[in-house]
Structure formats: C-alpha cells, structure tokens
Design a protein around this ligand. Structure first.
Ligand SMILES: [Zn+2]
Length: 247
C-alpha cells in the first residue's frame, strides 16, 4: 500500500497485509534500491515480497533495517536476506540474539507460553551484516540514516531517522506510537526505566513522518506525538501504554 511517492506499507496485520502476526513493514525507495524497515514474523514472506514488487516495482531490496529482535519484527529476516541478498542492519544488542536464533533472548519462548504466539512460530537464525550503535550514522540504498537506541519496550529497541528524501521520517518500531503511546509490555527487559534514560533523545528532532511498528502512522507533524510522550514522562507520569487502546 503506497503511502508516499517513495514509501509503502508492505505488510501489516492491522491493515490486512501479509500475515496475522506481521508488524508494519515499510519499504522505502532509495537512490540505489529499496530499504525495508522490519521483516514481519516470517510466516508470509513471499506475500510481502510480492507486495513490494506491486507497490514499488523495478527496484531490488538492498537493505533490511531491524528495529529490535521481537518475532513480529525480525522473524522474516533470514528468508528475506536469502531471497533478496540484502544486507541486514540491526541494533548491536540484537545481533547475538538474531544470529543464534535465541528464542529466550528474543522473548519468543515466553510469548508462546503465554499464548500470544502459536507453537509453530520460531525465530530463524539470521546473519547481521551491519550492527549499529546508538547515534551511529549509516547509508542504505543511497539514503542516510541515524540510529538511536531508546530502551523501554525492550533492551535492544532502536529507532531510525532519515531526511534524505526531503521530509524527516522516523521509523519508531515499538518505542513510540501515534498519540505518544509508549511500548511498555509485561515482559523481561521492558519497563519505564529504559524510557526514563533514553526518551529524551526523541526531543527536538523536528520529525515530519512518524512510522511506528503498529497502529496509525502520520505523514506530517510526527514530532507532536513524540513530544506528547516526552512531556508526559517528564512530569513523572506513565502516560498511555500499548495495549490500552487496542494497539
Ligand atoms: Zn516489540
């Protein structure tokens, strides 16, 4: 589903694209190929690749950026890398988990036991070609990105900022959603402590487009959603959390 001249939503459980466990997967047309943001859960990767070809034809996937190692965001990475030959770019803390297919570290084992995910869902080990650190700048398909670690949803949660196509776009994974909703979940490694340390990094970014891993996205005034979360947390209040409004 094209949402901008150079941007498409190519999988999403909520929009009925791909599989029922897929996060939002975005495809950006860069100067020298396509960049994917997250991979989906890996159950419907062939449909995802077909959707890319439909929405942004004529360009090959050259890079896959992962926001964190949760199954619905990274489960399809190994297959996408194998099929397209793209480079996997992931947060440094995600690398050992992804490369060993560590379902304990990724939280998948517990999520399966809770019934969040079905027994047949598994994390396929995936090579990470480039592991990025907090504040690191890098290029993908001719676009410049800045990686930022914002802990709280998970210890390895990163967001990616780019302004190479004009507007300033932030791909926020499960860190911050539309309306300033935070991604705190009842799982090991998730909590407000990470947000208290890192949320300030999202201040003053002058973000136009905000593209989270679930729920609504915004093509303009994205910064107001980030500011809402930052202000609320700055008052010592919890604010809105994922799961409270159907996200
Ligand atoms: Zn997550």
């Amino acid at each position: 589903m094209r949402i901008h001249e150079s941007l498409a939503l190519v999988a999403s459980l909520q929009f009925g694209l791909g599989g029922r466990f897929d996060c939002h997967v975005y495809a950006i047309r860069g100067l020298s190929g396509l960049v994917l943001i997250d991979s989906g859960a890996g159950t419907h990767t062939s449909e995802l690749l077909q959707q890319i070809a439909t929405d942004l034809p004529g360009s090959a996937v050259t890079s896959l950026l992962l926001t964190h190692c949760h199954q619905v965001h990274s489960g399809g990475a190994a297959t996408i890398r194998a099929v397209t030959g793209c480079s996997i770019i992931a947060p440094q803390p995600s690398k050992p988990i992804l490369e060993s297919g560590d379902e304990e570290g990724s939280g998948l084992r517990v999520a399966r036991e809770q019934g969040t995910y079905p027994p047949e869902l598994h994390l396929e080990a995936c090579v990470v070609d480039i592991a990025v650190g907090d504040g690191q700048k890098f290029s993908a398909a001719g676009l410049e990105f800045t990686a930022m670690q914002v802990r709280g949803h998970s210890p390895d949660a990163f967001v990616y900022l780019t302004s190479s196509l004009g507007p300033r776009w932030l791909f926020s994974g499960d860190v911050v959603f539309y309306g300033g909703v935070l991604g705190v979940i009842n799982a090991a490694g998730s909590g407000m402590e990470g947000y208290r340390s890192d949320l300030h990094k999202l201040s003053g970014l002058a973000v136009d487009g905000l593209f989270p891993g679930h729920g609504l996205f915004a093509l303009r005034d994205g910064q107001r959603h980030l500011d809402s979360a930052v202000v609320q947390a700055g008052k010592g209040l919890l604010g809105r959390q994922i799961g409270q409004d159907g996200l």
